[in-house]
Design a protein around this ligand. Structure first.
Ligand SMILES: C[S@@+](CC[C@H](N)C(=O)[O-])C[C@H]1O[C@@H](n2cnc3c(N)ncnc32)[C@H](O)[C@@H]1O
Length: 241
């Protein structure tokens, strides 16, 4: 009887340990990613020392369309800084409702914007936006977590506005994005400044220049400039090294 109880206790301790252990240390290590207990706005998945943020669900689409966004973030300044040619083909990856795609589309009347998102609901909202406007040069596209589905050497510029830190497979996504660049093509990232405590955004949704630079270097990109024109966000320009 005593032995039976001891065995029961031993087995329950073993089960408890198996459940508790992964929360304290790195659980699984894959080629690029490791996994730990998620923080409050994180996924628990780590890439090059950064915890990947949770994806902003389509239920939050209203936030992307908030009326004071234009004054808070000044996206017009960002679009002006891109220096686009009227014939450029731009991939807006993590396009959400197409708020930014629409601003860019006006600058490339003979080109086009490929507006890619991973959530079918966001792509639907984007289609509604196009239907309700007279825009003809935005092409909505459903991507996957690992691929924006862009053909090789097909784009002049890839832009990710407040989206990169949510990619659950950043290495795979960026490798494909780099392959999709035409010769001389550029990658632009707009990210809330992680170095600035006054930027009132959830921590995992902010990034630092140091971190982004090392992640881009890993896929063969070098920093061309970080334009300081936006009130809360970095505006990084990268090209192939
Ligand atoms: C915070 S929203 C920003 C939307 C838009 N760029 C804007 O500024 O209005 C981030 C978007 O990235 C999308 N996203 C996350 N991971 C993605 C991936 N791997 N490929 C494409 N889109 C992704 C999400 O579905 C979401 O719509």
């Amino acid at each position: 009887m005593l032995f039976k109880n001891f065995c029961k206790l031993f087995i329950s301790c073993l089960i408890c340990w198996q459940i508790a252990a992964p929360t304290s240390t790195a659980l699984i290590q894959s080629k690029y990613y490791s996994y730990r207990q998620p923080s409050f706005d994180g996924t628990g998945k780590y890439y090059m020392g950064r915890e990947i943020a949770q994806v902003m669900g389509h239920q939050g689409a209203g936030w992307l369309e908030r009326p004071d966004r234009a004054t808070e973030e000044q996206p017009q300044k960002m679009v002006a800084a891109l220096g686009l040619k009227s014939t450029d083909v731009v991939a807006d990856i993590g396009a959400g409702t197409g708020y930014i795609s629409q601003l860019i589309a006006r600058q490339v009347p003979q080109g086009k914007v490929l507006a890619v998102d991973v959530q079918p609901e966001m792509v639907e909202l984007l289609k509604q936006r196009i239907k309700n406007s007279k825009i003809t040069n935005i092409q909505p596209q459903l991507g996957t977590e690992q691929s924006p589905k862009l053909p090789p050497a097909s784009i002049d510029l890839a832009i990710m506005v407040d989206a990169y830190h949510e990619f659950s497979y950043p290495r795979e996504m960026m490798t494909e994005i780099v392959n999709a660049l035409q010769p001389g093509g550029r990658v632009v990232l707009t990210e809330y400044r992680g170095e600035d405590p006054k930027v009132n955004i959830k921590p995992r949704h902010k990034t630092t220049q140091k971190q982004i630079q090392q992640e881009m270097k890993a896929v063969g990109l070098k920093l061309l400039k970080n334009e300081s024109v936006l009130p809360q966000q970095h505006l990084f320009f990268f090209g192939k090294s």
